[in-house]
Design a protein around this ligand. Structure first.
Ligand code: DX5
Ligand code: ZN
Length: 216
């Protein structure tokens, strides 16, 4: 009965053998590949972008869940869509015109998501909640894998889930950062149905068990 989704963040994969790591994640049962794009401006790190996405898209038919941590994401929506994103999630804090950014994503036929940093209140996304396919509640400060979950973000997750239920909003609710087998059950119960994990999946000795623990 569980329709929880597990998204494997390739930020923690070995980029020199990315194909092998994608295969391992898929064999272990991961549903999505989570693709973190960082521009060194919106966050204090630089990851990878369109050329890597292009290669990944040609390699796998897995659902590609692209998380844009970049300033003014609207500038790049069409290119990420063209090069293989299935879902494009951008940060509310990074977009000057949030509505236009959602519309641009939808115009490409891809699914649209909005991400919130830990300090951004849920109330700021309410005007857009009914228009998006997914809300991403960051459970760490975006920029790096391998951090510990910030407990205060769970209240925001509960608040988002309660609001969605009360208003008939059926967007997915995703969490990202510090998710592991010890906190997954609590997080699912708080309202998330898409769980992103990087280090817990790719640094695991038993990747199948890790994916299973996340899915519940
Ligand atoms: C952080 C990224 C995450 C990261 C999660 O900014 O958005 O997707 O890969 O890594 P873990 O699961 O190791 O916290
Ligand atoms: Zn991410």
């Amino acid at each position: 009965m569980s329709k929880n989704i597990v998204a494997a963040s390739i930020l923690s994969a070995d980029l020199c053998s990315l194909g092998d790591d994608i295969d391992r994640a898929q064999r272990a049962g991961a549903d999505y590949l989570h693709f973190d794009v960082m521009d060194g401006v919106f966050v204090n790190n630089i990851s990878y972008g369109i050329p890597v996405l292009d290669s990944v898209r040609k390699y796998t038919d897995m659902f590609l869940d692209v998380h844009l941590m970049i300033t003014e994401p609207v500038r790049y929506v069409s290119r990420f869509a063209e090069y293989g994103a299935d879902m494009i999630t951008f940060h509310l804090e990074a977009a000057r015109d949030v509505k236009k950014t959602i519309d641009e994503i939808k115009k490409t036929g891809r699914r649209a998501g909005i991400a919130l940093k830990p300090a951004t209140p849920f109330s700021e996304v309410i005007p857009y909640f009914a228009d998006i396919d997914m809300l991403l509640i960051m459970t760490v400060e975006p920029g790096f894998g391998g951090q510990g979950l910030i407990p205060e973000t769970i209240d925001k997750l509960r608040e988002a889930k309660r609001y969605a239920d009360e208003h008939g909003i059926c967007a997915d609710i995703e969490v990202d950062g510090g998710i592991n087998g010890d906190n997954a059950a609590m997080i699912r119960q708080a309202g998330a149905n898409v769980l992103v994990a990087g280090s817990y999946i790719f640094k695991s000795d038993d990747i199948t068990a890790s994916v299973k623990a996340l899915r519940g």
